[in-house]
Design a binder for this molecule. Structure first.
Ligand code: NAD
Length: 358
């Protein structure tokens, strides 16, 4: 098969880590008999430099002509003084909106070889961490009506409206149940139904879906309890689905307990192709251009792309197994190398992973 991939290399270490992920994809193509064709697309700081805007006119069209988008990272100090409407992050928000990406998937997986890096107790970590946070990305309080006004007796007052429709909840819920079927068949839906009306609607829609997906084990959990359970016993979770703001906070918490934020990939998907795949880290301007970046989060993002956009399960697994084999062999880039370990460069890291691809 031939798959078309839009590459948004972006800024800082973005071009380095995307370049490495492409090498791994090409090797997978060779081994499994697929062709990956790439189109370079501008977005973020480099787009501001090239054409004065973070989301150039042809970026949407070029991405939509592809089957998936792989993004490095955007932004950096060079563009910090740009006016608010031409900041690199504007490009990120614009591409998510243009592609209708309403579901954000953030796996938090503890790589066994890095168990010591987790801030949790050994007996907790030993049970394993392999959860998938599914966050609603385009609704809720971040996109609701906001207001600021003066009152007579209380000074300035502000409001942020949290709104959710049945349709918005159902489509993200369906995503979560479908994903669970590809994993350990367990969904935890997180809300604040003891207080919020939007959460009560959320819960009733999820319950209807749970009846439909009766092969998937389902439970509700309040958001405050979930925050505690993620540090008490993250092994209890498989797929966790929640609304935008709760998901924003809980996905960072879940990433942190794995102890290796630099290894974590993410995906943003909608109802139609292309989905967008990117590491959760930023453009790391402090190490850009030095061949020091850890490319694994982007390589694992490419693996997610194979699994979720192209349905290439064996190929995705081959990449994940090679990353585990690399870590088990004790190889480390500078961000993870402890004392006495000679760090590998970004390109050496990829060479080792490619050599370990089965
Ligand atoms: P960052 O993730 O870029 O860097 C934080 C620290 O982690 C730095 O010390 C960096 O060197 C290190 N680091 C990050 N990724 C690494 C990797 N792959 N290998 C080795 N070390 C790595 O976060 P920041 O410093 O807060 O942000 C820098 C820029 O990135 C800012 O302009 C920010 O807006 C942007 N940013 C972009 C995205 C995105 O494109 N999705 C996300 C977050 C931040």
């Amino acid at each position: 098969m031939d798959y078309k991939i839009a590459l948004i290399r972006g800024d800082g270490i973005g071009p380095e880590v995307v370049g490495e992920a492409v090498k791994v994809l090409n090797k997978i193509g060779e081994k499994f008999g697929h062709t990956f064709t790439y189109t370079d697309v501008l977005l973020g700081g480099c787009a501001i430099d090239a054409c004065g805007k973070p989301f150039p006119d042809d970026t949407e069209e070029k991405c939509k002509a592809c089957d998936a988008v792989l993004l490095g990272a955007v932004g950096g100090p060079k563009w910090d003084s740009c006016p608010a409407d031409i900041r690199p992050e504007k490009g990120l928000l614009a591409i998510r909106k243009a592609l209708g990406l309403y579901a954000n998937l953030r796996p938090a997986t503890l790589r066994p070889a890095l168990a010591d890096a987790s801030p949790l107790k050994k007996e907790t970590v030993d049970k394993g961490i392999d959860l998938m946070m599914v966050r609603e990305l385009t609704g809720g309080i971040y996109f609701g009506k906001r207001d600021r006004y003066e009152t007579e007796d209380r000074g300035t007052e502000c409001t942020d409206l949290m709104a959710y429709s049945e349709k918005e909840i159902e489509r993200i819920g369906r995503r979560a149940f479908e994903l669970a079927r590809l994993r350990r068949k367990k969904v935890t839906s997180v809300d604040k139904a003891n207080v919020l009306e939007t959460s009560r609607l959320w819960r009733s829609v999820m319950h209807k879906l749970a009846e439909e997906y009766s092969d998937v084990e389902y439970s509700d959990m309040l958001v405050d309890n979930t925050a505690m359970q993620i540090v008490r016993d993250p092994s209890q979770f498989d797929v966790v689905v929640t609304e935008n703001m709760f998901g924003d906070i809980l996905s960072d918490e879940a990433s942190m307990v794995t102890g290796s934020i630099g290894l974590l990939p993410s995906a943003s998907i909608g109802d139609t192709a292309p989905g967008l795949y990117e590491p959760i880290h930023g453009s790391a301007p402090d190490i850009a251009g030095q061949n020091k970046a850890n490319p694994i989060a982007t390589i694992l993002s490419a693996a997610m792309m194979l699994r979720y956009s192209f349905d290439l399960m064996d190929e995705a697994q081959a990449i994940e197994d090679a990353v585990d084999a690399y870590l088990n062999a004790g190889y480390r880039t500078a961000d993870l190398a402890g004392e006495g370990v000679t760090p590998l460069s970004c390109t050496e890291c990829t060479e080792k992973i490619i050599a370990l691809l089965k």
